[in-house]
Design a protein around this ligand. Structure first.
Ligand code: SPV
Ligand code: MG
Length: 428
């Protein structure tokens, strides 16, 4: 080891494997190792949140003989820590030459240049990565999935959930990545789940049928699922519903404060729609809180005041009551074309001592950008129905094209090749 030289390595260190040991062993040849330990926030900016908390990961690294010091790295970008330490070397596996960390790497090289520092890049250890190990773990332990949503909410600027109505849409949500962006989880929507079964969104589809279809998604995915429970049904039945949801690995239930025959909230005509008495609805929230096994299983109270034409004051009163009853978050629903009413709710609720994170469902006010939801204090955004809305017209057009031409050839141009559909699902 070279004396008085500083070697910096940035690590997530969620699951230590031989790849990390290889990096540490290389680094120690160059000097004293300082680890920049990526915080939950830094990690979730480009990949899934770690299994272990920052504190747990820090304890492990501090007890590794070759490591001199562990400091937090708050962003994927190394610049701040490098400027602070002016290390002589940075060591990183050569895998970051491509992919999401490519730009980070270039910035490291540029920053090190300022004081003549060098980047050392040992060959990446193949076929071993925390992501592979984690995938195996989360497949065998559904409770990891349950707690994941809460941790995401507390470490990401905004958690992005997309509607999923079968295993295939679940797989899209699971695997789609665009640069460093991806969906964080699935929404089991009462509207789309009913529609695919040819039923109206009025609770005629039983919870047991809903759970059976969400289990199909759970079988092939690892990301959290948020369950749309309408008004939760009868209070006496709630503990059994919660038991089934937790057993299936669901992370959150969203329950709306309505009573009577259910009608979708986006219908223009809401005559006959009744909101529950706040105190009675609070009892349902409490019931879920006392019957859930995991404190990480979230209960999200959905306020329908704006939907039924009541104002801000009613919504705020309810938010306070539901929060005090134990809700983990509030979904403030709206069917306006702009987010102005939910933003005014957010501004006022922020002042309450019972403030809890906010959830948005931008179906009618779809022009809103995530950055504006973040600015207004929203921590979860649910894109509640877009995948089914995309699939249905496409299937209908294809059916029409075949009918029109009395053959399938014309439809071929607009649909994926058979080879692609055969290879869509891995079978090895
Ligand atoms: C759903 O997706 O079923 C919802 C959201 O509950 S909404 O359709 O806006 O009521
Ligand atoms: Mg619904």
């Amino acid at each position: 080891m070279k004396k008085n030289k500083i070697v910096y390595i940035g690590l997530s260190a969620d699951i230590l494997h031989e790849g990390h040991i290889n990096i540490i062993n290389t680094a120690k040849k160059y000097g004293n190792i300082v680890v920049g330990l990526l915080t939950d926030k830094a990690i979730s900016s480009y990949k899934n949140i770690p299994q272990l908390s920052y504190k747990q990961r820090e304890i492990i690294l501090k007890n590794i003989k070759s490591i001199s010091k562990v400091i937090p790295q708050n962003t994927l970008d190394y610049t701040d820590n490098l400027n602070l330490l002016k290390p002589n070397f940075v060591v990183h596996g050569d895998d970051w030459k491509t992919g999401v960390q490519k730009l980070t790497r270039l910035k490291v090289i540029k920053t090190l240049k300022k004081w003549g520092g060098k980047l050392i890049e040992p060959k990446y250890t193949k076929n071993v990565s925390s992501s592979i190990i984690k995938k195996k773990i989360s497949e065998s332990y559904p409770e990891n999935r349950v707690s994941r949503l809460k941790r995401l909410i507390y470490s990401k600027d905004i958690v992005r959930i997309l509607e999923s109505h079968n295993a295939l849409t679940g797989l899209i949500i699971e695997t789609l990545k665009l640069q460093n962006k991806e969906f964080d989880g699935m929404w089991s929507s009462s509207l789309t789940d009913s529609a695919i079964k040819g039923l109206p969104d009025n609770s005629s589809l039983s919870f047991s049928a809903r759970i059976s279809s969400l289990n199909d998604m759970m079988d092939v995915t690892t990301k959290p699922l948020v369950f749309d429970a309408d008004n939760g049904g009868q209070i006496e039945h709630l503990p059994f519903l919660i038991r089934s949801l937790e057993r299936s690995g669901v992370s959150a239930i969203i329950m709306e404060d309505k009573v009577g025959l259910k009608k979708n909230s986006l219908f223009k005509n809401q005559t006959g729609t009744k909101q529950d008495k706040p105190k009675l609805f609070a009892k349902k929230i409490k019931k879920i809180c006392t019957s859930r096994k995991s404190q990480d299983f979230m209960v999200i109270a959905r306020i329908e005041s704006f939907i039924v034409g009541k104002g801000l004051k009613d919504a705020l009163q309810r938010a306070d009551i539901y929060s005090k009853a134990g809700a983990d978050a509030i979904l403030i629903h709206s069917k306006e074309k702009t987010p102005s009413e939910i933003f005014s709710f957010a501004r006022e609720f922020k002042k309450s001592k019972n403030y809890i994170p906010l959830v948005s469902v931008p179906s009618t006010y779809s022009k809103v950008y995530e950055k504006d939801l973040i600015k207004n204090g929203f921590k979860l955004v649910i894109y509640a129905n877009q995948l089914l809305r995309a699939a249905y017209p496409s299937m209908q057009n294809t059916a029409r094209t075949i009918l029109k031409n009395s053959r399938a050839f014309e439809a071929d141009k607009k649909i994926i090749p058979i080879k692609e559909i055969i290879n869509l699902i891995k079978n090895d």
